[in-house]
Design a protein around this ligand. Structure first.
Ligand SMILES: Cc1cc2nc3c(=O)[nH]c(=O)nc-3n(C[C@H](O)[C@H](O)[C@H](O)COP(=O)(O)OP(=O)(O)OC[C@H]3O[C@@H](n4cnc5c(N)ncnc54)[C@H](O)[C@@H]3O)c2cc1C
Length: 280
C-alpha cells in the first residue's frame, strides 16, 4: 500500500500509526528495492510519499541561516540565486540532470551513505536537521543525526522536515569530488573545506572528508591546531597534520575503489587545500 498525505500533519499521523517507509525523490529507494526490468520495485513495507508536500518545498534565507525544506530538489536549490555559489558546487556534481530534478538533501541525509555528496558540506558548515513527529520537533546537529553507514537516529514516527545551514561567509571554500566519471558517479573520495583567514592568520577552519570511513570525517583536533596559525607556517605543519588525518581516515576496498587509493587521494586533497589554497 502507498500513502499520499495532503499535509505534513497528515503525513506525521500516518507515520505514527503505520509502519511505513518515507519516499521523497525515490532516487535511492528505487535503486535499493529495484526488481526485474519492467516490473515494479519491491518495497519491504508500505510507502509514505512526501515529495509533493508544499509545506516542505521552500528555501528560506536570512542573514543567519539557510533553511531547506525536505522536499526541495537539488535543481530547486541550484536555481536559487540567494544560495552562495560555493555551496552549489557539491550539488552540481550529484548524479545527472534527471537525478538532480528529483533527489533531495533529506534523502541524501537519511540514506546516510558515507559517500553522500551533500554530507561533507553539511558537516563542514555545522548544519542541523529538524525532525518532526506528532508530539513535536527535534533539532539535531548533522554529525549526531548520522550514526553510521546507512543509519541515523531518526525514530520510526519521525520525518526529517528541514535542513538548516548557518549562513556564514568564509574567505576560502574548497570542494573536490573524485568519481569514475563526470556524471552519475558515486564519490570515491570527496573533501569539502572552508576557512577564514584574516591578515594571514587562520581564524576558522573546517575540513570534511567523504567516503573514507563509516561516516564523514572531521578532525576537530587538527582544525584546532591550525586555528591561530599564520598561513605562511602551514606548509611546515603539513606533515604532522596529515599524520593526524591519516590515523583517522579508514576507507574500505569496494567496487568503486581501494582503501589505499582513497587514503592517498584524501590526504592529497587536504594538502592541496591547506598548502595551495590557504598558503597563497
Ligand atoms: C543514477 C544515480 C546517480 C546518483 N548520483 C549520486 C551522486 O552523485 N551523489 C550522491 O550523493 N548521491 C547520488 N545518488 C543517490 C541519490 O540520488 C541521493 O542520495 C538523493 O539525495 C536521494 O534523495 P531522494 O529524495 O531521492 O531520497 P529517497 O530515495 O526518497 O530516500 C532515501 C532514504 O531517505 C529516507 N528519507 C527520504 N526523505 C526523508 C525524510 N524527509 N524524512 C525521513 N526519511 C526520509 C527514505 O526512507 C530512504 O531511506 C544517485 C542515484 C542515482 C539513481
Amino acid at each position: 500500500m502507498s500513502f499520499r498525505p495532503a499535509s505534513l500533519s497528515e503525513a506525521l499521523l500516518i507515520r505514527k500509526t503505520n509502519d511505513v517507509m518515507v519516499y521523497c525523490g525515490g532516487s535511492d529507494v528505487m535503486i535499493k528495492y529495484r526488481s526485474w526490468s519492467g516490473t515494479p520495485a519491491q518495497f519491504p513495507k508500505d510507502v509514505l510519499y512526501i515529495g509533493h508536500l508544499k509545506e516542505l518545498k521552500s528555501i528560506d534565507v536570512n542573514d543567519f541561516e539557510i533553511t531547506i525544506g525536505a522536499t526541495v530538489s537539488y535543481a530547486q536549490f541550484l536555481q536559487d540565486e540567494r544560495i552562495p555559489i560555493e555551496y552549489k558546487k557539491p550539488v552540481e556534481q550529484i548524479g545527472s540532470v534527471a537525478i538532480r530534478n528529483i533527489g533531495t538533501f533529506s534523502g541524501n541525509i537519511c540514506n546516510a551513505s558515507p559517500a553522500g555528496d551533500t554530507l561533507t558540506m553539511l558537516y563542514a558548515l555545522n548544519a542541523k536537521v529538524i525532525v518532526a513527529s506528532t508530539v513535536g520537533k527535534r533539532e539535531i546537529a548533522i554529525e549526531n543525526f548520522i550514526t553510521g553507514p546507512g543509519s541515523t537516529c531518526l525514530k520510526n514516527d519521525e520525518i526529517l522536515t528541514h535542513i538548516i545551514i548557518p549562513n556564514q561567509k568564509f574567505s576560502h571554500t574548497y570542494y573536490y569530488k573524485v568519481g569514475t566519471r563526470k556524471a552519475n558517479a558515486i564519490s570515491k573520495v570527496s573533501v569539502f573545506a572552508v576557512a577564514d583567514v584574516v591578515e594571514h592568520r587562520v581564524t576558522d577552519i573546517r575540513i570534511a572528508v567523504g567516503s573514507c570511513g563509516p561516516t564523514v570525517i572531521r578532525l576537530k583536533e587538527a582544525e584546532a591546531k591550525i586555528i591561530g596559525s599564520n598561513t605562511s607556517n602551514i606548509e611546515s605543519m603539513i606533515y604532522s597534520l596529515l599524520t593526524m588525518y591519516d590515523d583517522k581516515i579508514v576507507p574500505i576496498d569496494d567496487v568503486r575503489s581501494t582503501k589505499v587509493y582513497r587514503s592517498k587521494v584524501a590526504l592529497n586533497l587536504i594538502e592541496t587545500f591547506l598548502v595551495k589554497e590557504l598558503g597563497q
